[in-house]
Structure formats: C-alpha cells, structure tokens
Design a protein around this ligand. Sequence first.
Ligand SMILES: N[C@@H](CCC(=O)N[C@@H](CS)C(=O)NCC(=O)O)C(=O)O
Length: 357
Amino acid sequence: MAEEAAKAMEPNADLLEWPKKDKRRLLHAVYRVGDLERTIKFYTEGFGMKLLRQRDIPEEKYSNAFLGFGPEESNFVVELTYNYGVTSYDIGTGFGHFAIATEDVYKLVEKLRAIGGNITREPGPVKGGASIIAFVKDPDGYTFELIQRRPTPEPLCQVMLRVGDLDRSIKFYEKALGMKLLRKIDRPEHKYTLAMIGYDDEYKTIVLELTYNYGVTEYTKGNAYAQVAIGTDDVYKSGEVVNLVTQELGGKITRQPGPVPGINTKITSFLDPDGWKTVLVDNEDFLKELHGFLPPLVPFQPCANDHAGNSVQAGLWVGVTGLTCGLWGGRLIGRLGWLTCELASWFVSWTGMEAPP
Ligand SMILES: N[C@@H](CCC(=O)N[C@@H](CS)C(=O)NCC(=O)O)C(=O)O
C-alpha cells in the first residue's frame, strides 16, 4: 500500500532509482591544450603521470593523449585534446583545478619549479584548515592543487568546478547521476562552501569538488575545459533520468543517447544547471575502445598512436599465446612419455619379462 502511494506521488520513482543501481565510475576529464608534447612532458616528468595512449584523427584535425597514474580500466585519467594549429585557449573563471595527492608537497613543488613549473601558491596549510597544499599552473595555465596525503590508489583526486547554487548542484548530481555527497565544508571566514561529491571514498578515488563563493552566481566557461566522462551500463535509461532531472533543476541534454557515428560507442551528453558538461559512456563500449579487437589478455597500455598500439598488442598477444601453447604442448609430450614408460615397466613386471641389457 505504502509503495503504491509513493508511486502515485512520484510516478518516476523506479526510473529515479536507476543511477544508484547502475555501475558508475568517473572515467576521465577532457580539455584542450596548445602543445601536446609540452603538456605530456610536464605531466610525466613533473607529476609522474604515465602516458597511456595517443591517437591522431587527421580527418577531424585533432589529436588526443591520455595520461594518468594507472590504467584507464581502473583509474581516472586526463584526455588532452590538441586541435591542429590552435596554440592557446581561454580557461575562464568557473574552472577551478585538478588536484594531485602526494606524500610530500614541498618535494613535489621543488621538482616542478626545477622544470619550469609556475608555482602560484607556495606549500603550507590551507587557509582555514590543516591540510598542506600548494598550487601550480601547467603550461596552458590550468591550475593543479597539490595535496599532502598518504599513498593512494588514485593520486588524481579532484576536479574542482565553481557553481552558483551549491544545494541545487548537490541535488542535481545526486539525482541525475547517483553521486553521493561525501563532505561539505563551510569556511565563512573565507566566504566559500565546498562539497565533495562522487561514487566512492574521496581518499581512494576521484571526486568532484564543487565550490560556492558567497554571492557569486555566474562564471565564465572559456573554451579550454570541456567535460568529465562517466561510465554507465545503459546510456538510454541514464539519459531518461537526466532528462527528468533537468526539467526539475535546470541544465539540458546536448546529445541524445545513441552510438557515435564511426566508432559506435553509445553516449549521451548534457549540461548541469551551471552549464558544466558531462558525457555518459556505455561501459562495455568503453572497454571495447580500450582493447580494440583483442581480449584484455595482457594489461598492456599502448604508447604510440592507437593503430600502432593495437599492432604491438597483437604481437604481444600472439607471443604470449604461442609461449603458453608451447609450454602446455611440451608438458603434454612429457606426460605422454612418462605414461608410456610407466606402462612399459608395468607390462615388463606383469609378464615377468626382463628388459634387454
Ligand atoms: N575563492 C576560492 C574558494 C575555494 C578555496 O579557497 N579553496 C581552497 C582550497 S580547498 C583554497 O584555494 N585556498 C587557498 C589557500 O589556502 O591559499 C575559489 O573560488 O577558488
């Protein structure tokens, strides 16, 4: 009875439960850079990220590089986009930073300074708190916050975005995307409130840090930062939920659910009430994109462009499979030989025959 009454009040109750039941994970952040090699060098030598894969799409005149602290199957990564000939972008006032957790912020700052990093805030306790932080700008001007923490499986730990109404944003990300509010901190002496939201423990995985500055409701978006991507088991159902929630809280669907022509990965994308973009990506299609035509036999991350990466992976697959077959074949022949000897010796003792000298 109570269930029926609840259904009558909220006819979409079942649908609205979906984001919490779905298999969700923040996959990557997409943004534009003016020189791919320059950023790859800064992130690998400075932050210690790994270059996971690269691809060039000449017909669309852009290239991508994926970098992170672990494989894309488990870790959040950055997807850098280089548009042929475009060397700089406007980051705007709304994008805050990406954060990297490290055991020693002072040491990392010295390393970054030594390779020409622009340290915009020296290491020390955060104003109004105790965590040791620092800020550094990457070659395109994107801010990275360095946070002193114990070792974590996900050092790339926050994407900070400024929003105009924190409660509306929390409600949106909870309802439309099934995220959890993990922590809310109000620092009235510094006139801001922040909310950490995500799918898991903020010390083990990436979270969104939404910041509300008292009285500020509008920011500029620029054209540099693009979006975050989130995995889902059903883009169509997920799209329906987002559609419902945008009617209540604002925002809009910018791409209806469906396969992307050419690559066939099913996606849907939308803007939140502040205009921040999210792309929902089909989990299975995403894994297919990562592994190409091969099963995930070896945890190999190609480092050249995707085509070359696939050839190297194919070679490795054939090599490992060949070696495995060889070893098993050898073992089988050995076993057969051993069985023959056993049978022969049993036959000799059974018949009382002596083996010839
Ligand atoms: N007005 C700030 C509010 C957010 C903020 O102050 N965040 C902390 C880090 S959680 C910070 O940047 N603190 C500066 C400092 O401690 O020097 C903004 O919009 O970036």
